[in-house]
Design a protein. Sequence first.
Length: 371
Amino acid sequence: MIKADFVIVGAGLTGSTIARILTDNGQDVVIVDRKDHIAGNIYDYKDESGAMIHKYGPHYFRCGSEKIWNFLNRFTEFYNWSALLKSKVGNEYLSWPVNEDYINKIVGEDWNLFKGEPLNFEEVCLSRMPKQIYEMFIKGYTEKQWGVKATELSKDLAVRITINKGNVNTLTPHHKWNALPRYGYTEMMRSMVNGIPLTLQYDYLRNKEAVIANKLLVFTGPVDEFFNYKHGKLKYRGQNRRIEHLENTEQHQPCIQVNYPNPEDPRIRTIEWKHLMHPDDKAKVKGTMLTHETPFTPENANQYEYPFPDKQNKELYEQYKSEADALSDVLICGRLGEYRYYDMDQAIGRAMKLATEIMEKFEISSSVEYV
Ligand SMILES: Cc1cc2nc3c(=O)[nH]c(=O)nc-3n(C[C@H](O)[C@H](O)[C@H](O)COP(=O)(O)OP(=O)(O)OC[C@H]3O[C@@H](n4cnc5c(N)ncnc54)[C@H](O)[C@@H]3O)c2cc1C
């Protein structure tokens, strides 16, 4: 039997942040997760070679909010680290995101852009960059990632496509903090949930009758699964990951992540983990470890990664959302609960806001302002 005033389903960033804040404010909280580890999608581990591997894909932390940054610094030290990515175009490794100087060099300063109201992902991209650049870096990559033509994807997806100013090459130069937790995300999360009762390998949906939340159940799993898929299944994309150990190679590629926009190559990107490690740890790795990622459409909820950006899934999610909003004793939230891609800092910011609303609802006073 799992019983507490607040039962949190999911030990990822969303569930753990809400659990930590409620616990800090004197509440009776327990966490359950069906995985055999904490940290949800940001789980990482050191493998036998000594390389730090992010099990569910590379996670680059960036943040512009002092409140979020200070909150996380309670649980870990960080080291400064900015992601530098390349795309392999032909035989060349070219910087990604592209920057203005590079585009000017390739097409000149007079960019011929799409005119009129863009209606889909491709048209938004073409309204912001020349066609040649779009085809070199984005079209093939995007169509592999989603398994459909770029013209079938929502224009909202293009928010994530940036063109860097001047000759800047880092992935997220506009954020104040680009950093990684010194001992990895899992250790950071272990410290975040320290002292909170936690049960792993416990699927709430299979054990509902054995769970009592006196005040509120916070559910951070897939919203359609919560409602037993009554309106149909929301679509996600995920990645098949093949790990490769090159025992006798010191360095395989020039940076942490190489993207493959070439439609002939089924892979979408290769990660070389050494590049994101702290120099002291990196020096101890034997050879080098790679993860090759190939996109697919998962059926298993534990492999859900990116919500599918089209109208049909948006409408389906709205049906689930209105049912979720009507529940007074359950809060469904997080990347899977809200069917939404949140960067880590956004997921924490959202969880802080929700925790504040929960405290207001249950009249719990707090000396800390989280948002
Ligand atoms: C491939 C990929 C790469 C990413 N890279 C970056 C990046 O570089 N930088 C960045 O800032 N962000 C990145 N993110 C985003 C980041 O992963 C999310 O912000 C974060 O994981 C959100 O945490 P969450 O708690 O909402 O979800 P999750 O971490 O998925 O946690 C949900 C938890 O709920 C558990 N659960 C679900 N159903 C049940 C159930 N029925 N019973 C019990 N437990 C259950 C799950 O096991 C899981 O542990 C990336 C995301 C993806 C998909």
